[in-house]
Design a protein around this ligand. Structure first.
Ligand SMILES: NC(=O)c1ccc[n+]([C@@H]2O[C@H](COP(=O)([O-])OP(=O)(O)OC[C@H]3O[C@@H](n4cnc5c(N)ncnc54)[C@H](O)[C@@H]3O)[C@@H](O)[C@H]2O)c1
Length: 369
């Protein structure tokens, strides 16, 4: 198959959908990979590295879309790319269709085949979302520790303390992927960590696998209110699939928090679980309300494109190879989880919740496979 790797052109997007190692695997499987010049630059991969693994370099994005039977990307196509997408072309990338109707309409009109990373399933989970949650969870502690420094508005407390001085108290709301990674990082730095979840089986698991400086506590209004008063750093990491995150730290609770406490709301991309959190950017990541520092960057992994690219492509490459080797129809027939990634196919919306969101027509995916 001919695979096209365009450079991401969405604002501040430095990730790339294939590394030179990925290209090398595809070439070894008999495929041809065309890479847009400088596509990997933001993640630290040069054109020469891609060429050395067998890729052919093209100068423009137009050439990549024109030649590729499958286009592998990171972010959804933006408006200037819509006209480049062709009938029957396979696009494998994050789409998040339900959040943007013009994109959905454009992809329907293009008659392309849109396989969305975010809806691919495996063992009941979302394997192509996990890597970014891992990155964001780990970063939440790195950022939190940083903003706890006095010159950055924080309490001036060192996360791990030193001999004879207590470490900082870290409270993590949500014990899923983000919360677990945050707990591991905070514990590794020597903090006094509490992680909360509504799921008792999850708390049991966390209690078994996390180190001794991590306590597990059932998440409910009373417990959160009590523990928040003593916390130096609070990480918001809850998710209720398909719904807005509940507000676990409400506006009225801020007055009870420690002065210079830092809130990192990773769940901000789903509306946040801290009422006073509003999405911020890497250029201007924080603001202060009632002496409490708020960090609410909606695309945290974007700050570490090298790590994020490798983490993402480790998860996507096996699917890219399946798709290239077998074509999208056979690959989806053979893997029910991959089939769940199909959102728009040849002018039809085949993912029900996307169609429902916009009141558009839906064709069951079984009817096209
Ligand atoms: N800001 C970013 O850059 C960024 C990056 C990656 C992920 N995220 C977001 O982080 C959030 C968490 O993602 P995840 O992958 O860890 O999800 P996940 O599904 O793995 O974990 C969510 C956890 O929250 C728990 N939960 C639900 N309601 C709760 C409550 N009331 N109290 C305590 N826990 C509760 C669930 O039981 C689950 O264990 C999502 O909103 C995700 O979109 C943001």
């Amino acid at each position: 198959m001919i695979i096209g790797l365009p450079k991401e052109i969405k604002n501040n997007e430095n990730r790339v959908a294939l590394t030179p190692a990925g290209v090398s695997e595809l070439v070894a499987n008999g495929h041809t990979v065309y890479v847009q010049s400088t596509a990997g630059e933001g993640s630290g991969f040069s054109d020469e590295e891609y060429q050395s693994t067998g890729a052919k370099i093209l100068a423009t994005i137009e050439e990549v879309y024109a030649i590729g039977e499958m286009i592998v990307k990171v972010k959804e196509p933006i408006e200037s790319e819509y006209k480049l997408v062709k009938e029957n072309q396979l696009l494998f990338t994050y789409f998040h269709f339900a959040s943007y109707k013009p994109l959905t309409e454009a992809m329907v009109a293009s008659k392309a085949v849109c396989l969305a990373y975010e809806t691919v399933e495996k063992n009941g989970g979302l394997p192509l979302l996990v890597p970014m949650s891992e990155v964001a969870g780990r970063m939440a502690i790195q950022k939190g520790a940083n903003y706890l420094e006095k010159p950055l508005g924080g309490r001036g407390i060192l996360l791990g303390g030193v001999a004879g001085v207590n470490p900082a108290k870290v409270l993590i709301l949500g014990g899923g992927v983000v919360g677990t990674e945050a707990a591991k990082m905070a514990a590794g730095l020597g903090a006094d960590v509490t992680i909360m979840d509504v799921s008792l089986p999850r708390l049991r698991y966390l209690s078994d696998v996390l180190p001794a400086n991590v306590k597990t506590v059932m998440s409910n209004r009373y417990n959160i209110r009590e523990l928040a008063k003593h916390a130096d750093l609070i990480v918001g990491a809850v998710l209720i699939p398909g719904a807005k995150a509940p507000f676990l730290i409400t506006r009225d609770m801020l007055k009870d928090l420690k002065k210079g406490c830092v809130l990192v709301d990773v769940a901000v991309d789903q509306g946040g679980c801290i009422e006073t959190c509003k999405p911020t950017t890497h250029e201007n990541p924080t603001y202060v309300i009632d002496n409490v520092v708020h960090y609410c960057v909606a695309n945290m992994p974007g700050a570490v494109p090298y790590t994020s690219t490798l983490a993402l492509t480790n998860a996507t490459l096996p699917y890219v190879i399946q798709l290239a080797n077998n074509g999208w129809k056979d690959a989806c027939r053979a893997d029910a989880g991959l089939k769940k990634g199909l959102n728009v196919v040849n002018g039809q919306i085949v993912y029900k919740s996307v169609a429902d969101t916009f009141g558009m027509a839906h064709l069951p995916v079984e009817e096209i496979l």
